[in-house]
Design a protein. Structure first.
Length: 467
């Protein structure tokens, strides 16, 4: 058995104890809701302030890159569903060191993100209930989502289905109201025409530098889609499920993200300070005179944050379980009970809560250090996905073409285009002072994991050779 083919049966055995309680409706909503988070509802304001109306172009470019990545990931996951998703694919295509690096880097990203989302949700709750401590709200949220993930996987699926439904409904309603306002049909509004798109500095008010900042902000706002390929391994029909979820997510992402940005910059002057202070969605609804816009969007943002916490605890636990099954982590993390990797759920939740405590104890050094380390991890993961797809597509075509239920468009040309796009984003990050630090820290983490993974790989190869 070759080095690259060895991990396959191991992972299949590891995935077997996991339950298959997710339905197609769960997968579709996980794919759609996973990418609709607070980064879109609030964080996109910074991108608009930097790029102005050209933020639409920034989101279109980064959206195209994400679509290519998801198509590649969908192809591999439909051919070989596994709870370790891209980590398993990297393991098979490149080597165990690559699966180790991609998997543990992503686990680290998800755990830190759980803490960040908990802090954000707690700030909303203390705004509604002044005097209550933020850490208590975070602890409550952690207990709730740790509990839902310790139970059967269908509970995670149901929570995520309804969370995603609320987010999708809010975006759809926003787009509907926005289109009516743009057309001048919404009562009390006049059609803005192109005044906000071409006035106040034009479509590119801050030039290409502003567009670059907006592009970087938009790239990382798309993070979260990867969870659907992790969840697919626990669905009733993994191959068909992931294929359909990936296909339907494509055009919906384009509609929700790019459509939202187009509506916002058409209706609201991009330089309005409220776009950053309150978030672009609240600023737009306020501009249109929608009653209680701020509180409505606070509810939606809270749901988005809680949804992300739920999904990230799930994704982190499954990734850890898959890594352990391939001999790349502490065996205790891989224990399953009732089809759920409960130890991995607990450890992932505790690590997330530890990140929250660090934000109070050491906000200016340790916590910022963690934030910088996760800054560009998603790009590292995407590169592993692209390289893995280049290798595995050729192998699958040679060994079992029937597994190619989902195919990457214009292979291999578009895969190389996507890789070039990822490298370009790295270059742009290196040019910007704010993102350069993140690049250094993420690079350090990635190199450290790669060294550990390679040393483990060499050691295991020697043990097998000696046996």
């Amino acid at each position: 058995m070759s080095r690259t083919s060895a991990p396959a049966p191991v992972d299949q055995q590891a995935d077997a104890p996991l339950s298959h309680g997710l339905k197609q409706r769960h997968l579709s909503m996980i794919a759609l809701g996973g990418v609709i988070g607070a980064g879109l509802f609030v964080g996109s304001g910074a991108g608009i302030a930097a790029a102005g109306p050209s933020i639409v172009i920034a989101y279109a470019i980064s959206g195209l890159l994400v679509m290519l990545v998801m198509r590649m990931l969908g192809e591999m996951s439909a051919a070989n569903p596994a709870s370790g998703s891209f980590s398993v694919h990297a393991d098979r295509a490149i080597g165990p060191w690559a699966g180790f690096t991609a998997g543990w880097a992503f686990w680290f990203l998800l755990c830190v993100a759980v803490g960040l989302e908990g802090i954000g949700a707690a700030k909303i709750m203390t705004g509604w209930l002044p005097g209550t401590p933020e850490w208590a709200w975070v602890a409550l949220f952690m207990l709730v989502f740790c509990g839902t993930n310790l139970a059967a996987v269908k509970n995670f699926g149901e929570f995520e289905f309804w969370f995603a439904a609320i987010k999708v409904g809010a975006i759809a309603l926003f787009l509907g109201i926005g289109v009516l306002a743009i057309l001048g049909i919404l009562p009390g509004t006049d059609a803005p025409g192109t005044a906000n798109l071409t006035g106040d500095g034009g479509f590119l008010p801050n030039g290409t530098e502003g567009l670059v900042v907006g592009l970087l902000a938009s790239v990382f706002a798309y993070g979260g889609l990867e969870t659907v390929t992790i969840a697919a391994a626990e669905s009733e029909h993994p191959v068909q499920g992931v294929a359909k979820a990936v296909r339907t997510a494509m055009w919906r992402i384009a509609l929700f993200y790019i459509g939202s940005m187009a509506v916002i910059v058409t209706l609201v002057p991009w330089g309005d300070p409220k776009v950053v202070e309150k978030g672009p969605y609240v600023a737009t609804l306020d501009h249109l005179g929608i009653p209680a816009a701020g509180q409505i969007m606070n509810v939606v943002v809270l749901v988005a944050l809680l949804s992300a916490m739920n999904a990230n605890v799930y994704g982190a636990s499954r990734m850890a379980c898959s890594l352990v099954a391939r001999g790349q982590g502490p065996k205790a993390l891989g224990r399953t009970s009732g089809g759920v990797p409960r130890t991995a759920v607990l450890v992932s939740s505790v690590f997330g809560f530890l990140c929250v405590l660090l934000s109070y104890w050491r906000p200016n050094d340790v916590f910022m250090w963690l934030l910088n380390m996760i800054g560009a991890i998603i790009l590292v993961v995407w590169i592993f996905i692209a390289v893995s797809q280049l290798v595995l597509r050729r192998r699958t075509e040679r060994e079992d073409p029937s597994k190619l239920v989902v195919k990457m468009w214009l292979y291999p040309a578009l895969t190389w285009v996507a890789l070039a796009g990822m490298v370009a984003v790295f270059v742009l990050m290196a040019r910007e002072p704010d993102t350069r630090t993140q690049l250094y820290y993420t690079g350090g983490l990635t190199v450290a994991l790669a060294i550990v993974g390679y040393v483990r790989q060499v050691r295991e190869r020697r043990v097998r050779a000696a046996a």
